[in-house]
Design a protein around this ligand. Structure first.
Ligand code: NAD
Ligand code: UDP
Ligand code: UDP
Length: 335
């Protein structure tokens, strides 16, 4: 006696893809700074339906207000440390606080978000056959001993320090991504994002560019953390979003660095903000926090070669765009 297996049922997802070539995209952390700009860009394409899952820890509905009620848009209050059941074709997994003051506020929760949150999104990707992109970070290089940092560098990270919940959390998230890829054949993409800035950053987010601009507009001294010679390389958010979408749509798993190689010391950054913004504002040298990386600059050879991507907006052009947004939100008019 032979028992024949029933034919596999077509999933509604594949069905919609076949007949309408629509793309349903989940963006975790989509109410945050980078996430909301990414949603704006994805929504421009009429074939995309976007679902945002966010717990509003550092993000806000306000960042998405123009999409709320749109027929191709859905917003879910959801914490990624809990399982999520949705049917999607792609997952941009951004959910995780990114500013040191917020990720250090509840470090255990930061680890859970990175590890359990990423595991859940991978489980989801596996169940529905979706491609998943993780926004990892230049922090995986720690306090780098190689400069600029290529993707082949394994990093110099303190496993027990106050930043570890974030650095090591993202490192495990990358490991999980590759293990699901090798073990379950999941299509993965990993972006290593370098410091990004632009409109919609939380005004009191604590990161350096938002601090300096808010301080300059309020006429308060710019707080440069000692020694002030430490460097960062700042990428404007529209360039970042363009890089993330190219990575998702391309053929390469990564990890790929996405960032702007223009490198500045924190004193140089303060002086640039001062010059563009408020020439009479003071610069105060203040105490730094432990394990602050001394230098950081992306090697973007891979992004250029594999994604045809490079940043277009220079710091001097991006800062005024951010200042304009901060002025509006702080209610400070131009003098
Ligand atoms: P953000 O804090 O503005 O956004 C993070 C979003 O994730 C927020 O909306 C927050 O509410 C949400 N979130 C946090 N924990 C969550 C949870 N457990 N469940 C659901 N939602 C949760 O930060 P951002 O600058 O937009 O960063 C986005 C991503 O990019 C993060 O993964 C971050 O690690 C990465 N990244 C950012 C930078 C940068 O310079 N901005 C640099 C490197 C990496
Ligand atoms: N998961 C999820 N949504 C799904 C499928 C899975 O959130 O649609 C979660 C699930 O709860 C689990 C994790 O993803 O905790 C990993 O799932 P996987 O199937 O890989 O592992 P298992 O459930 O076998 O531990
Ligand atoms: N920093 C500073 N003044 C501030 C906030 C930060 O000088 O008000 C410095 C900080 O010491 C670090 C750099 O700016 O060297 C970038 O810090 P941020 O928190 O923006 O991001 P990180 O790259 O450390 O994640």
């Amino acid at each position: 006696k032979t028992t024949s297996k029933p034919p596999p049922l077509p999933s509604p997802l594949r069905f919609s893809k076949f007949y309408q070539s629509n793309m349903r995209i989940l963006v975790t952390g989509g109410a945050g700074f980078i996430g909301s700009h990414l949603v704006d860009k994805l929504m421009e394409n009429e074939k995309n339906e976007v679902i945002v899952a966010d717990n509003y820890f550092t993000g806000s509905k306000d960042n998405l207000r123009k999409w709320i009620g749109h027929p191709r848009f859905e917003l879910i209050r959801h914490d990624v440390t809990q399982p999520l059941l949705v049917e999607v074709d792609q997952i941009y997994h951004l959910a995780c606080p990114a500013s040191p003051i917020f990720y250090k506020y509840n470090p255990v929760k930061t680890i859970k978000t990175n590890v359990i949150g990423t595991l859940n999104m991978l489980g989801l990707a596996k169940r529905v056959g979706a491609r998943i992109l993780l926004t990892s970070t230049s922090e995986v290089y720690g306090d780098p001993l190689i400069h600029p940092q290529p993707e082949t560098y394994w990093g110099n990270v303190n496993p027990i320090g106050v930043r570890s919940c974030y650095d090591e959390g993202k490192r495990v998230a990358e490991t999980l991504m590759f293990d699901y890829h090798r073990q379950h054949g999941i299509e993965i993409r990993i972006a290593r994002i370098f410091n990004t800035y632009g409109p919609r950053m939380n005004i009191d987010d604590g990161r350096v560019v938002s601090n300096f601009i808010a301080q300059a507009l309020r006429g308060e001294p710019l707080t440069v953390q000692k020694p002030g010679t430490q460097t960062r390389s700042f990428c404007y958010v529209s360039d970042m979003v363009d890089g993330l979408i190219r990575l998702m749509e391309g053929e390469h798993t990564g990890p790929i660095n996405i960032g702007n190689p223009g490198e500045f010391t924190m004193v140089e950054l303060a002086e640039t903000v001062k010059e563009l913004n408020k020439p009479d504002v003071e610069i105060n040298m203040v105490e730094n926090t432990p394990d602050d990386p001394r230098q950081r600059k992306p090697d973007i050879t891979k992004a250029k070669e594999l994604l045809g991507w490079e940043p277009k907006v220079k710091l001097r052009d991006g800062l005024p765009l951010m200042e304009e947004d901060f002025r509006l939100r702080l209610g400070i008019s131009e003098e």
